[in-house]
Ligand binder design. Sequence first.
Ligand SMILES: Nc1nc2c(ncn2[C@@H]2O[C@H](COP(=O)(O)OP(=O)(O)OP(=O)(O)O)[C@@H](O)[C@H]2O)c(=O)[nH]1
Length: 350
Amino acid sequence: MPDNTDLGSAGYETLRLQALADYEILDTPKESAFDEITEVASIICEAPIAVVNFIDRDRQWFKSEKGLGMRETALDISICRYAILQRGLFIIPDTTRDPRFANNPLVTGDPHLRFYAGALLESRDGYPLGTLCVLDYRPRELSERQRFALQALANQVMAHMELMHAHREQVELVSQLEATRKELSKLATTDPLTGLLNRRAFEQRLDQEVSLIKRGAPPAALIMIDLDHFKTVNDTLGHQAGDEVLVRFSDLCREAFRQADVIGRWGGEEFVVLLPRSTVTEAQHAAKRLQELLTTTPMLENISPPPYITASAGICLLTGSSNMDECFKRADELLYQAKEQGRNRLVCEP
Ligand SMILES: Nc1nc2c(ncn2[C@@H]2O[C@H](COP(=O)(O)OP(=O)(O)OP(=O)(O)O)[C@@H](O)[C@H]2O)c(=O)[nH]1
């Protein structure tokens, strides 16, 4: 037992109850591992009653009991609460001869307990949590071998509880690791400003799509988009405002394209969209939807006059004979043509 605390004090009792709570054993269902231990304790000690008992704040609660027929009693009639005040075994050969228990209703009435022997269940930090105890209807003693066995079985109760505790901690750790892995994977694939896929993740997704098309999936479309005169936004409104515009533009992309479409930030003010199972004409319609949203949506709030932007795009088809680098190159060339032709336009692969 921890020796720097005053046994029986409120502070010590709080720590003891905390130690008990850490095992998360109270009010759990019956378990065969504990029931087998009470059965063996009863057999070895030749006692009709055996109990794995924990002393809670205001009750004693039985994880396992043989021959008693109840799961808990009030604390003030508990014999075990005395047992946890000392180390080792606590033995009352005849309860009627002990002034602490002679008037106990469990002694004077049903089940008329006359003999008690309890071995301490001690937490890993040395806090007394309860007992493994055996009881009888007649006054008696335990032999030396029975005493040894009772304490050994009590140690097994605690060893099992430690294993259960370690198992719970392991499960918790594994779930934390899984959450961290997911978070890291999200960080590794996401553009921090816009929340869209970053360039590397988009390339991987496009590579997968090309493989699927090679194995017979329908062709897909690729759109490369570049905001027009974005430098002016930064120069006139500041870099922070430029960032907000990029975020707003990303939201409009999410609105304009289908759930199944994959949107990525290619870098700076350049974006890419993969439209699985789509033709160039379908991609063109989606890109037009985006352009319409841009004409009706001010890119920043509380600024007069409200700032609007336009975007240019190149659109090409991904087929089974496509090579990823060539696809990006083609889309980029089409985008360049859109810029050359005066911006705010879409140029599609013929
Ligand atoms: N605020 C902000 N600006 C960025 C970011 N990435 C790139 N830029 C800016 O985007 C601007 C791109 O400028 P340019 O390449 O000249 O292109 P543009 O002004 O959009 O002109 P065109 O593409 O020819 O229509 C530069 O001013 C970059 O600093 C970013 O993450 N945040």
